[in-house]
Design a binder for this molecule. Structure first.
Ligand SMILES: *Cc1c(COP(=O)(O)O)cnc(C)c1O
Length: 428
C-alpha cells in the first residue's frame, strides 16, 4: 500500500505488533517533524518530555474530568489552572476551564460575552437564542481568523466582526479608531464586544491593553483577550509589560490561552479564563438528574462545549511540575532570542527584507525584490530539508514567517536557518 492511500477495512486483526509495523511503514513517512526544533510554521510548539509523559498517563488512566462525582480529575484540573493563573498574572477572580485549542477558547469566551450582552439587554440568550439580542458589534484590529469562525458558530454571524484600523505599520489596534467605533456602535444602539489581540500571528504584535482598558471608563463593552501565545510574554521580564499593562490580562472579562503552542504540551490543549463563570454556566449547563445540581461551583460539564473529555490538564501539570516557571521562562526567552538572531540575519541578507521588527518570537520577512507568492513558495520549498516555514500575506505583501515556540530550538538552529536562507537565495 502506498503512503497515504486508504487501505481496505481490516477484517482480521494483525495484532498490536502488526499494527505498529504497518504504521511505521505506511504512516510515519507521511508525518512531519512538527515536534522538531526547526519546524517554525504557524505557532506550533513541541512536546516537553514531561508533557509527553503526562499525556501518555492521561490516556492510560483515561479519566473523564467533567464531573466531581469522580473528583480526582477535576481537582487536578483546578490545581493546574491555579498554576497557569499565576504564570499569566491572573487572580482568582478568573475561573478557568480546559478546552481543545484557542479556537474553542475564543468560542467559549465569546459565548460568555454573548450571554453578557443578553444580560445587559434584559434577555437570556441561552434560553431564547441569539435572535433575542439586538444588533451586536465585535470590534477588533487584527483578529485571528478563529474569531470570525466563533461568531458564525454562535449565531452572531461573521458579519458582526468590525475590523478597526490598526496603528500605522502595525497590527496593533489604533485606540482612537477603536474609540470612534465604540461611539458609533453606542449611537446605533449595538451591544459591543472588543477582542484584544495580544500576539498576532504575522508579526506577534500586541494591542495596547492599557489603552483598551481605559476605554472602559467611557464605554460599556465585554473585553475578550486573545492571548493564545502572547500570554507567555508574561514569563519574560523584558516583555511582561505587553500583558500586564494597566491591570493586565486580569482586567479582561475573558482570556484565551493556547497551551499546545508555547507551553509545549501535545495537541490538543488550551484554556479559557473568565470573570463570569455564572454566565458561562448559563450557556453550557448540561442539566441531567444523574449529574447532580449545578450549585455554587459548577462542574466542568456545565462550563465547556464538551461533556465528556480527556484529562488534558495532566500534560500541563507534568511540564509545570517538572520544569517550573523557571524552566518555562527559559524556553520563552530562548525562543525570543532565536527570533532576534534570525531577524538580524535576515536584515543582513541583501536578498531579504523584514516586514516588521521582531517584537517577540515571530520573524516575518519577504524577498527584497519580486516578492511574489510563487517565488516565496519556491524559497520555502528549497529550504524544506532544513526548516519548515509557513507563508502569509502581510499588509498586502506575500511573505514567510518563522515562529519560534519549540522547547528544543536553540540559537544554533536559528543560525542553521539563516545559512540555509542565504544558500537558497542563490539558487532562486
Ligand atoms: C493559534 C491561534 C488561535 C487558534 O488556535 P488553535 O489552537 O489552532 O485553535 C487563535 N488565536 C491566536 C492569536 C492564535 O495564535
Amino acid at each position: 500500500m502506498p503512503v497515504g492511500e486508504p487501505a481496505p477495512p481490516p477484517e482480521r486483526g494483525s495484532g498490536l505488533h502488526g499494527a505498529l509495523e504497518e504504521f511505521t511503514a505506511r504512516w510515519e513517512p507521511a508525518f512531519s517533524s512538527s515536534t522538531g526544533p526547526r519546524y517554525l510554521g504557524f505557532v506550533t510548539g513541541g512536546t516537553t518530555p514531561a508533557a509527553l509523559a503526562g499525556d501518555w498517563l492521561a490516556a492510560a488512566w483515561d479519566q473523564n474530568p467533567m464531573n466531581s462525582l469522580d473528583p480526582g480529575g477535576p481537582l487536578l484540573e483546578r490545581e493546574t489552572l491555579s498554576w497557569l493563573r499565576a504564570l499569566f498574572g491572573l487572580t482568582d477572580a478568573h475561573h478557568g476551564v480546559f478546552v481543545s485549542g484557542a479556537t474553542m477558547s475564543n468560542t467559549t469566551g465569546l459565548a460568555v460575552a454573548r450571554e453578557w450582552l443578553g444580560e445587559r439587554a434584559g434577555v437570556c440568550v441561552a434560553e431564547d437564542g441569539a435572535a433575542a439580542l439586538g444588533p451586536v458589534r465585535v470590534l477588533s484590529g487584527a483578529a485571528h481568523s478563529s474569531v470570525a469562525k466563533a461568531l458564525s458558530l454562535l449565531g452572531l454571524g461573521r458579519g458582526a466582526l468590525v475590523r478597526v484600523e490598526t496603528l500605522p505599520g502595525r497590527e496593533a489596534v489604533d485606540p482612537a479608531a477603536l474609540e470612534s467605533a465604540l461611539r458609533e456602535a453606542e449611537e446605533a444602539g449595538a451591544g459591543c464586544v472588543v477582542v484584544a489581540n495580544l500576539g498576532t500571528v504575522d508579526t506577534a504584535d500586541f494591542d495596547e491593553l492599557r489603552a483598551l482598558l481605559a476605554l472602559r471608563e467611557r464605554y460599556r463593552f465585554w473585553l475578550h483577550a486573545d492571548a493564545a501565545f502572547g500570554a507567555f510574554a508574561a514569563l519574560s521580564p523584558r516583555h511582561a509589560h505587553l500583558v500586564t499593562g494597566g491591570g493586565g490580562l486580569d482586567a479582561a472579562d475573558s482570556v484565551c490561552v493556547d497551551l499546545h503552542k508555547w507551553l509545549n504540551v501535545p495537541y490538543d490543549s488550551a484554556v479559557l479564563f473568565t470573570r463570569r463563570p455564572d454566565l458561562q454556566a448559563a450557556v453550557f449547563r448540561n442539566a441531567a438528574a444523574y449529574l447532580g445540581p449545578l450549585g455554587e461551583n459548577p462542574d466542568g460539564v456545565h462550563l465547556t462545549p464538551e461533556n465528556s473529555r480527556r484529562l488534558r490538564a495532566l500534560a500541563a501539570w507534568f511540564t509545570l511540575r517538572a520544569y517550573g516557571r523557571e524552566g518555562h521562562r527559559e524556553i520563552v526567552e530562548r525562543c525570543v532570542a532565536c527570533a532576534h538572531r534570525l531577524g538580524a540575519a535576515v536584515e543582513a541578507l541583501p536578498g531579504l527584507r523584514l516586514l516588521a521588527p521582531v517584537r517577540l518570537n515571530v520573524v516575518c520577512f519577504t524577498l527584497a525584490r519580486d516578492a511574489t507568492g510563487e517565488r516565496l513558495a519556491r524559497l520555502a520549498e528549497a529550504l524544506a530539508d532544513e526548516v519548515f516555514l509557513t507563508p502569509t500575506v502581510h499588509a498586502g505583501t506575500p511573505a514567510l514567517r518563522a515562529a519560534f515556540s519549540n522547547w528544543r530550538t536553540t540559537e544554533a538552529d536559528a543560525d542553521r536557518v539563516a545559512a540555509a536562507l542565504a544558500h537558497a537565495l542563490h539558487s532562486l
